[in-house]
Design a protein around this ligand. Structure first.
Ligand code: KIV
Length: 280
């Protein structure tokens, strides 16, 4: 059965830890779904890991939609959320609603939005009133990298933690069904998590969050330009990909690929005829 935004809130009430991963293509999404991942996020991290851009600010809505459609086709059970990319929701509430609607019409069940300024809170409220579930994103917010100036931990003291809590409570009041806490000290995340009715999903947010999310290329060991401290690498897919491509090149170069069983063949009589055929 398809997991819904309401179900994700219920998981917090039941004390069930929420599992979330990013995915960007059909087959990865399909196997994450089969493995039981609760939320599959088409993260704008695809800007770096799938498209090779320098930051998430470079990916467009049209590009994000291609990946969203592919992921949605692979998923039966998980809630598919799509990141609204930089500048797709900042210009006006109307444009934000229109762009969010495109993600829903193309297979997502929710959108993720960074920040909690009064404008964002108003947008979240309008989106949820219009039937579009919203996941918030606080702490380090990558779309603001050019004003923040680097990858910094947020909520490093009581005052900063209270600020994040207030923003998270405003998101909850506006109707958000969950909030990502990125690069927030474990104790601060715990304090915030205990004061919200909606689940917190940590990424570098420590163990007390209601759920965890990581970038799939980080856990698979596929993207090595940068691996954050908080990502646990379960595999080294980049080595597997490299070794497979090397073995393939080797086989082709040495004439070891393809074998007879990997080829289509004529029946014996046709093969003999063809061999004895002489052109006039
Ligand atoms: O784009 C992304 O991958 C994210 C993270 C929270 C996983 O926003």
């Amino acid at each position: 059965m398809k997991k819904t935004a309401k179900k994700i809130i219920d998981f917090k009430k039941q004390g069930k830890k929420i599992t979330a991963l990013t995915a960007y293509d059909y087959s990865t999404a399909k196997y994450f779904d089969k493995a039981g991942v609760d939320i599959i996020l088409v993260g704008d991290s695809l800007a770096q890991v799938a498209l090779g851009y320098g930051s998430t600010t470079q990916v467009s809505t049209d590009e994000m939609l291609v990946f969203t459609k592919a992921v949605a086709r692979g998923v039966e059970s998980a809630l598919v959320a799509a990141d609204m990319p930089f500048m797709s929701y900042h210009i006006s509430i109307e444009e934000g609603i229109k762009n969010a609607g495109r993600f829903i019409q193309n297979g997502a069940q929710a959108v993720k939005i960074e920040g909690a300024s009064p404008y964002i809170i108003q947008l979240v409220s309008r989106l949820t009133q219009n039937g579009i579930p919203v996941m918030g994103h606080l702490g380090f917010t990558p779309q603001y990298i050019n004003t923040i100036g680097g990858h910094f931990v947020s909520g490093k003291d009581t005052r900063a933690t209270l600020e994040i809590l207030q923003m998270a409570q405003a998101l909850e009041k506006a109707g958000a069904f969950s909030v990502v806490l990125e690069m927030v000290p474990a104790e601060s995340s715990k304090f915030i998590t205990e004061r919200l009715n909606i689940p917190t999903i940590g990424i570098g947010g420590g163990r007390y969050c209601d759920g965890q999310i990581l970038v799939s290329d980080d856990i698979l060991g596929k993207y090595d330009n940068f691996c954050p401290k908080f990502a646990r690498q379960y595999s080294s897919l980049k080595d597997i990909i490299y070794n497979v491509a090397r073995a393939y090149c080797n086989d082709v170069e040495k004439g070891n690929f393809p074998s007879i069983s990997e080829s289509f063949t004529l029946d014996n009589e046709e093969a003999r005829k063809l061999e004895n055929y002489t052109q006039n």
